[in-house]
Design a protein around this ligand. Structure first.
Ligand code: ATP
Ligand code: MG
Length: 719
């Protein structure tokens, strides 16, 4: 025991301390955001080790993301010092499942070097299985069946366990047969999908009680963070493992369950008390993260949900600044406002690492990133690549680069067989050999080789079509707007179609990113200017250093905290998402509301919401209305600092909400904002916003929080 061993306990409140010190038996901490649940888990691990109840080796801790696992390791290290005995097993369900399966692979019919298939490979395999089974892929596309199988796996069901009725409902009664065939294919390939990582552990343990027992006696203490987002398979996994000693501590918040679409079940919280009778249930009610107004706004919002266990949250912190709501004419202006606000904060010595921008969908990131790059604001994207680094964007860029510069061999190589055209490695080798010998670029080599009879006829005709396309596209760039040419290229090359036909879960997001990509080109005078901009952005990504703004989706922000949080895009149709609005029940909308709640509760001191009244949706400009979630925020904790002019005019434009923002927004701040902006002369017409430079212009609004845009002209402004 280190002399100050108990120092880590001192900062805890009595309930937290109880959750830490109840080391034996099941413990469930059910508490709201920022109440210290994660801190309880970390301290608990430190406590188990410091009091010699356990060696790190005896502990298993499950986090929701790899990033969270790294952070927890770091914090434990800080609490207990460099422990000689290493670290506990600490990681996501998938990471831990993988580790276990590698050790016993042969018992579940695998070799220990099995591969883990990503979504794309999984779908490709599924397609083969569908063909093999003579099922009409048009009626039962791979995506639908993969989704069904994922769903069964999330519920812990192998092919034999799927209820007959459910399996019958798929693929003309062949649901179970396809599932079985799919698993057989995986086995021959020595591969697993994500769902298998847990399902096969369950199988392993059920069929080999002795192995289960070794794990049960090894992991004498089990801890789980973000418990509300576990699915049934994960739950069964935990229950098996913890059955003997029952030393399992789970922490969660039903109001932060945001992965229902991936099979998470909040009911696991209720199940816990049932399966682990006598569980000590700890409720934490004090929020240590956020100021009063932020907490009040978040609590007021989530109170609108019906399906919740309900809890109170309080803070002893100052009320602090109210949550601000800023309207923008369009998403570009919104991005500019955010970047300017960040620069102002930076001027007041606000560390950039304490600022986050949380978006609903990744396509929202493009304009914000562009703005940051233009201003030289360092940033990083968490939980995914930066916009221009996404695979689909790099592919699209490669097409444009070859169009602009036929000698760009790297770009040519990237797309010569994307989408698949039957121009494989052998062809590419031929091209390379010829290009080297003749000292010409690949595209020219291709063109010349097509004039010879060195290529197989089929390859020759495909390659000729491609080289001719590039010549044609290069000519169009001379005469047509470059964004239109880009659109044409993506269509004629079959690239867009490739993603349209793709049934993987992220295909829709990729198509959305491609549209955003084409749209972003409009902001540049010509193709060369655009490509130069992109290479600058890519280069900027190499800038290192800790002082960076964080940009990520709301889903990726779970568990994190920042002093200042920007929440753009609060518009109906974007957030809440249109799919949730189209759904008949309340479930989808309630999950969106929980997501909004997660977003707000990431902020310690400042939460800044915004919306744009014009946004491109599926490539078309539409006028949007502010998110219903804005209406649902308690008036006393919200400041409307700025809004586009035509809001004041336009009751009738808001079908849902006759008075802008509803009557609750008749606050002095709101009226002042309206008055100040009414001089901006926005046209109120929907759809035509791009021409004529909609944004900019002086704004004489008073008050600390108000954006005083200088309206500085920028190369980014269209028109
Ligand atoms: P979330 O639901 O968002 O994951 P959480 O319940 O896990 O939140 P933590 O991240 O553990 O909350 O804690 C939120 C913040 O409050 C952290 O900065 C943490 O250090 C701080 N905190 C927690 N408990 C205390 C305490 N007793 N005294 C001071 N600060 C605390
Ligand atoms: Mg947490």
């Amino acid at each position: 025991l280190r002399p100050d061993a108990a120092a880590y306990l001192e900062g805890l409140n009595p309930e937290q301390r109880r959750a830490v010190e109840t080391t034996e038996g099941p413990v469930l901490v059910l508490a709201g955001a920022g109440t210290g649940k994660t801190r309880v888990l970390t301290t608990r691990i430190a406590h188990l080790i410091a009091t010699n109840r356990a060696r790190p080796y005896d502990i298993l801790a499950v986090t929701f993301t790899n990033k969270a696992a790294r952070e927890m390791k770091h914090r434990i290290g800080a609490l207990i010092g460099p422990a000689g005995e290493g670290m506990p097993w600490l990681g996501t369900f998938h990471a831990i499942g993988t580790k276990i399966l590698r050790r016993h692979a042969e018992l579940v019919g695998l070799k220990s070097d099995f591969t883990i298939l990503g979504t794309d490979d999984q779908l490709r395999l599924m397609k083969q299985v569908i063909l093999d089974q003579n099922v009409d892929e048009k009626r039962w596309p791979a995506r639908a069946l993969s989704h069904a199988i994922d769903g069964w796996k999330n519920r812990g069901l192998g092919p034999e366990q799927v209820p007959a009725g459910e399996a019958q409902a798929f693929a003309f009664g062949k649901g179970a047969a396809l599932y079985t065939a799919y698993q057989a294919r995986l086995a021959t390939l020595n591969a697993v999908d994500f769902g298998d990582l847990l399902l096969l552990c369950l199988k392993l343990w059920r069929e080999n009680p002795d192995i289960l027992q070794t794990y049960q006696s090894r992991f004498r203490y089990i801890l789980v963070d973000e418990y509300q987002d576990t699915n049934v398979a994960q739950y069964l996994w935990l229950r098996l493992l913890a059955q003997g000693h029952r030393n399992v501590a789970c922490v969660g918040d039903d109001d932060q369950s945001i992965y229902g679409w991936r099979g998470a079940e909040v009911d696991n919280i209720l199940r816990f008390e049932h399966d682990f009778p006598g569980a000590v249930v700890v409720r934490l009610e004090r929020n240590y993260r956020s100021t009063g107004h932020i907490l009040a706004a978040a609590s007021g919002l989530i109170a609108r949900n019906e399906g919740r266990l309900g809890k109170t949250l309080r803070t002893d912190d100052e009320p602090g600044e109210r949550v601000t709501v800023t309207g923008a004419w369009d998403s570009e202006e919104e991005a500019r406002q955010i970047a300017e606000a960040i620069e102002r904060l930076q001027g007041k010595k606000h560390p950039l690492s304490e600022i986050a921008v949380l978006v609903r969908i990744s396509a929202q990131m493009r304009e914000i990133e562009d703005r940051f790059v233009q201003l030289g604001l360092p940033y990083r994207v968490i939980g995914g690549p930066r916009f221009y680094e996404r695979a689909e964007i790099r592919d699209a860029l490669a097409y444009l680069r070859v169009t602009a510069n036929p000698a760009d061999d790297l770009a040519f190589e990237r797309i010569v067989n994307t989408p698949k055209r039957g121009l494989g490695d052998a062809t590419l080798q031929q091209l390379h050999a010829y290009a080297r010998a003749e000292r010409v670029p690949l595209l020219l080599a291709a063109r010349r080789l097509c004039e010879t009879d060195e290529l197989k006829p089929r390859v020759r005709s495909t390659l000729r079509a491609l080289t001719e396309s590039f010549s044609r596209w290069a000519r169009s760039v001379e005469t047509q707007p470059h964004s239109e040419v880009a659109q044409t290229i993506l269509e004629e090359s079959g690239y867009t179609e490739m993603w349209q036909k793709d049934r993987s879960a992220d295909a829709a997001g990729r198509l959305e990113n491609l549209k955003e990509f084409v749209r972003s080109m409009e902001e540049f005078p010509d193709l060369a200017g655009f490509l130069e901009h992109v290479s600058l952005v890519m280069e900027a990504s190499e800038a290192e250093g800790a002082e960076r703004v964080s940009l990520m989706t709301l889903h990726a922000a779970k568990g994190l905290e920042f002093d200042t949080v920007f929440l753009p895009g609060w518009e109906d149709g974007l957030f809440p998402n249109q799919r949730a609005l189209d759904e008949s029940g309340r479930a989808g909308l309630e999950e969106e509301r929980r997501l909004a709640h997660v977003g707000l509760t990431r902020a310690r001191k400042r939460a800044k919401l915004s919306f744009a009244v014009n946004r491109r949706i599926h490539g078309l400009w539409s006028s949007t209305i502010p998110s219903r979630f804005i209406d649902e925020l308690p008036e006393a904790s919200v400041d409307v600092v700025e809004a586009p002019a035509h809001f004041s005019a336009g009751a009738s434009r808001f079908g849902r909400n006759p008075a802008p923002f509803g009557s609750s927004y008749g606050t002095p701040g709101w009226q002042r904002a309206q008055a100040a902006i009414s001089g901006r002369g926005f046209g109120a017409s929907a759809g035509g916003g791009r021409s004529g430079g909609p944004s900019g212009g002086p704004r004489q609004i008073e008050g600390e929080l108000v954006a005083k845009s200088t309206g500085s002209p920028s190369a980014f402004q269209g028109g």
